[in-house]
Ligand binder design. Sequence first.
Ligand code: COA
Length: 326
Amino acid sequence: MTRAVILGTGSCLPERIMTNADLEKIVETSDSWIFSRTGISERRIAGPGEHIHKVAAQAARRALDAAQLTPADLDLIVLATVSPHMTMPSTACFVQAELEASNAFAYDISAACAGFTYGIDLASKYIYAQPDMKVLVIGAENLSTRLNWQDRNTCVLFGDGAGAAVLSGERGGDRGILGAKLSSDGKLWRLLYTEGAPSMNKDLQLPDWKGPFIQMNGSELFKNAVRLMEGAVKELLAQHQLAISDIDLMIPHQANIRIINNLKERLAVPEDKVFTNLNRYGNTSSASIPIALDEACREGRIRRGDLVLMCTFGAGLTWGALLLRW
Ligand SMILES: CC(C)(COP(=O)(O)OP(=O)(O)OC[C@H]1O[C@@H](n2cnc3c(N)ncnc32)[C@H](O)[C@@H]1OP(=O)(O)O)[C@@H](O)C(=O)NCCC(=O)NCCS
């Protein structure tokens, strides 16, 4: 059997660090409120020249180096984002140009914070059909450009960054993407959305348009996030006849440490098997899992043969879990 294997990972964060103390000067908030409610201490904010495709391309170069491949080896670039540089062309095409990955076709996917996990699932299916394909999956966000910096409910939560993974097929053996349980519920779209510019179609304009910024119902999202990720993980493990004790490392979407702790308790995952870094980066949406995955690899938290579980949720709503043998 052929499975898609992650050959290398990379990440890139903008240089500028914005601390909770910096935010106290912008909105009425405090370091203690933000940290106690979310676990976030600081986040990265893209500065001039740190365009999303440049940060994404840098993460991609690091993933290619780790995989000992060059941009010319790539057949496909899938980039997940909800904060693209332009509506068209896709950010993936900008990255392709930046890398000079002239043999690859490239496109974006939009699944908010679940974007990278959806992208890995997509890549694994291309590779199942064509085992020699080299697929680059990127999660990249420039959410600081989508925040209302006067809205303390949202501007303290998010950050910018990118993470990437290169995959290809491996025949035989037990490594690779084992499976995924992905879901969506578009009826819950109002819990988290960015309308962007008002639609030119008047029928589609929201009567209460609040600008091209992230709008969020935090408490409802919180409850849904824990419940839905728990369900996805349990269903996926059952499908593969695995128990939570078989997992070597869980990489949850980095949105809120209280969501992660709730999930950890419900699933009974020990503390040392859960990877977190959101204290340093906040919620980077589709970039959160690939940045965490890359850091976990580089810190030696994932070894050959380990069973890794990703779980995610985001706007849409979209959510899911993915299992892989490293
Ligand atoms: C947003 C979130 C941190 C709020 O935490 P919470 O425990 O629900 O907040 P509380 O109910 O204790 O507090 C809400 C109060 O804090 C205030 N508040 C909101 N943001 C604040 C801030 N940055 N600083 C200080 N006060 C703030 C609100 O105005 C509200 O005040 P009120 O009660 O006077 O109306 C939490 O709901 C959350 O993280 N939800 C999930 C969000 C998420 O993950 N989104 C991305 C999904 S991918």
